[in-house]
Ligand binder design. Structure first.
Ligand code: CA
Length: 370
């Protein structure tokens, strides 16, 4: 009995030794995959953000810090604020031309180049942050966006999300749809197009100028991001009424854009590191926003901000106008049509599921305090 056990244990030990030997051999033979033999790589990242937007600019910094730490300082990425290398809305151009190896921006800034790029960030009455991730990673979304970006010699990865934004600051209450008529509002992008169809006089004003325009009455309303960022701009001192939800940006994704030729030159280990760092930023930013916004909203209310919900009449008219715009785009652009139809099916399905699981739970919690 003892002898048999001894023989068996020896056999296992011998087997383990062989396995270990094979393992160490494998490690030695793939020495090109160890950090010590990897090259020094120095990249520059242009962004669309001022560094005062610490949460969104923080997405770029998360990527740079993680890549440097995981490669023992061999692969470094220097991040730049909007305007330092290129203006905020020209990051894609800079990555495409190779002026910089990569960028941190939002695909919806480039809908002039391809209207379907809107879906890569967010569209009015689109997906929440969680739904957007589901669509991008498991619903064919990222594949569709990467196909478009390939035309620009760029590969993209989701790298941040603000979560659902707020519906903006108003110097008066708006209840009926007719209250929007002639109202001067700062609201860019597709949200602005929808508002325009509802009678709003849409203004394009940079983030840094919103406070003064609203405070001086040059505009009647303005949207920015959410409680944390809006409070930093002082928007609560320029208007009393804070509307929700930000139906035009229910969960905007920010992108890491990488020059395809720079990407192809990276060792595989660095490519994987960069992908993991982008995914970290994509997880970290919404978590950070969710924590900061809840606190900031309380502070704003203590300072006298009056919270108001958009009326059902306005929301329904806005949703109708938004989908009319998508249908029009689809009839003019085959790529848009293909992505839109696939996206819409996904939206219907994931909305039904989230209605059952997450939203029924949230509704109960909000209506039943302990
Ligand atoms: Ca916004």
């Amino acid at each position: 009995m003892k002898r048999r056990q001894f023989i068996r244990n020896s056999a296992i030990a011998a087997g383990s030794t062989t396995a270990l030997a094979a393992c160490s051999q494998a490690t030695n033979s793939s020495s090109e995959n160890t950090t010590s033999s990897l090259p020094n790589v120095r990249w520059r990242m242009a962004t669309s953000w001022p560094n005062s937007l610490d949460t969104i600019y923080g997405g770029a910094e998360t990527i740079a810090k993680r890549v440097e730490a995981m490669t023992g300082g061999k692969f470094t990425i220097e991040t730049y604020q909007a305007g330092e290398i290129v203006p905020a809305l020209q990051v894609l151009d800079a990555v495409q031309s190779g002026t910089v190896e990569c960028g941190h921006t939002a695909s919806y800034y480039y809908i002039g180049k391809n209207p379907a790029l809107a879906f890569g960030t967010t569209v009015p009455f689109g997906l929440t942050a969680q739904q957007q991730n589901a669509w991008l990673y498991y619903g064919g979304g990222l594949e569709a966006m990467q196909k478009i970006y390939a035309d620009f010699n760029v590969i993209n990865f989701p790298a941040g999300n603000s979560g659902a934004q707020m519906g903006g600051w108003f110097n008066q209450e708006i209840n009926a749809l007719s209250d929007l008529n002639g109202l001067k509002m700062r609201i860019p992008g597709l949200g602005g197009k929808v508002m325009s169809r509802l009678g709003v006089n849409v203004q394009n004003i940079g983030g840094g100028e919103i406070y003064l325009a609203l405070e001086r009455g040059a505009i009647d309303a303005a949207e920015w991001i959410g409680p944390y960022d809006d409070q930093k701009l002082g928007l609560h001192e320029a208007a009393d009424f804070y509307y929700y939800p930000g139906w035009w940006e229910p969960g905007p994704t920010f992108d890491l854009q990488v020059s395809r030729s720079a990407w192809d030159k990276l060792p595989k280990a660095y490519q994987e590191t960069l992908k993991a760092a982008a995914m970290e930023a994509n997880l970290n930013m919404p978590a950070q926003y969710n924590a900061l916004n809840g606190k900031a909203l309380k502070e704003l209310q203590q300072k006298g901000t009056k919270l108001r919900a958009y009326s059902t009449e306005i929301m329904q008219a806005a949703q109708k106008a938004a989908f009319e715009i998508y249908e029009e785009n689809a009839s003019e652009d085959a790529t848009f049509k293909e992505i839109y139809e696939q996206w819409k099916d996904f939206r219907d399905q994931v909305s039904d599921w989230n209605q059952i699981n997450e939203l029924s739970f949230s509704r109960f919690i909000s209506q039943n305090s302990v």
